[in-house]
Design a protein around this ligand. Structure first.
Ligand SMILES: [Zn+2]
Length: 380
């Protein structure tokens, strides 16, 4: 989901990462602060001072967002929902949960920890601006603190908007979860509210653009679109989870899939397997066990003249954990694994033996049938 992000450092055992998109947003924010906001708020300073203030403010914003996410993470870890990484993302931070929260109250506390921390930081920065002499007397150093106090206040309030998957939306989900006792019903209802609010933001942005407030308008459209897309994604993920309902991959896999011996020539592989079935990935078998995979990509690396002298085992991709899934795993995990790694099929392994192949297209077709037949929510 977060594509290629870079690791900055490790804190409390959590990877702090940055998405390149954030650097773009940070540059835009710094530019608009140096060119517009600070000259307007604190008139009479020179350009270099505005740029210095803007850069420190953006750095402070990044740190504030990381601390906000850390608050979520540490409360989560306290309740047994560890976080493996925090990524500075386009519109803030995202903490990668290793698993779904276990109960509504920890979920509620975890959701509120971030905005509470932002509120605290806001107070801290405000005190700092007073401590260094106040905005009137020392606009450069106090001005940055003052502005960071304001930013953290906005961060706290904005994150409390009840639009799932934002913090306020998570709190809303926890409340519905506590009331209904069912996390899936709660997620789907909170996601519907999130979609509604996201659409509202987009319309407000459109209105702003049409009335001449271009930059703010685009900002609201982007944020609204992000919330809307996330909410729709969360809704469908939950629908799929409900339909798959913990069933293992073995229920959805193709048994006795077409396999390729490791001593077959590429010429034979292309003729009898690739051209015949057209799959993008075939398991390569060695002594009765899967040893690797082969497909169009591997064949393309070998010139056609050499196909009769090259064996599948010479060019196959060795078996990696991302391409296999254990037979007892829930089908939902197979779907997540394929989506995360851009794969269309996975080898289903039981005790080092290949028992089948799970194919994304088949799984999606089955899902669409089940989705059409089963009600959206058991208790709704
Ligand atoms: Zn948050």
């Amino acid at each position: 989901m977060f594509g290629n992000s870079f690791r900055l450092f490790k804190l409390f055992g959590i990877d702090i990462r940055i998405n390149p998109g954030w650097a773009v947003i940070a540059t835009l924010v710094a530019w608009s602060l140096a060119q517009g906001t600070f000259p307007e708020l604190y008139a009479g300073l020179d350009t270099r001072a505005y740029w210095a203030m803007a850069l420190i403010a953006v750095l402070g914003l990044g740190i504030s967002i990381i601390v906000h996410e850390l608050a979520h993470s540490l409360v989560g870890a306290r309740f047994g929902t560890p976080v493996s990484s925090i990524t500075l993302f386009m519109f803030g931070g995202v903490a990668a949960l290793e698993q779904e929260p276990k109960a509504p109250v920890p979920e509620l506390l975890m959701a509120l920890a971030g905005p509470a921390m932002s509120l605290f930081l806001s107070g801290l920065f405000f005190s700092a601006s007073v401590a260094v002499g106040g905005v009137e007397q020392f606009p450069i150093r106090a001005g940055v603190f003052h502005y960071l106090a304001l930013l953290n206040m906005v961060l706290a309030i904005f994150n409390l908007v009840p639009a799932f998957p934002m913090d306020g939306g998570r709190a809303l989900r926890a409340a519905i979860w506590a009331a209904t006792g069912d996390i899936r019903t709660a997620t789907m209802r909170a996601a519907k509210v999130g979609k509604f609010i996201g659409t509202g933001f987009m319309l407000a942005g459109l209105f702003a653009v049409l009335t001449g407030n271009l930059l703010a308008g685009i900002w609201w459209i982007l944020i609204g679109g992000f919330i809307r897309a996330s909410a729709i994604g969360a809704f469908f993920n939950t629908r799929i989870e409900t339909v798959l309902d913990g069933l293992p991959v073995t229920r959805f896999m193709t048994v006795a899939p077409d396999t390729v011996p490791s001593d077959l020539t590429l010429a034979e592989f292309v003729e009898h397997h690739l051209y015949r079935f057209g799959h993008d990935m075939f398991p390569v078998m060695k002594a009765g066990k899967p040893a690797g995979t082969i497909g169009l990509g591997e064949v393309r690396q070998v010139p056609r003249e050499a196909w009769t002298q090259t064996l599948t085992r010479d060019v196959m991709t060795p078996l990696t954990p991302v391409k296999t899934i254990a037979a007892h795993e829930p089908a939902m995990n197979a779907l997540i694994q394929m989506q995360a790694n851009g794969l269309n099929r996975l080898l289903v392994i039981d005790n080092e033996t290949l028992v089948g192949v799970i194919v994304l297209k088949d799984l999606m077709e089955l899902l669409s049938v089940k989705l059409a037949l089963e009600p959206a929510s058991k208790s709704a």
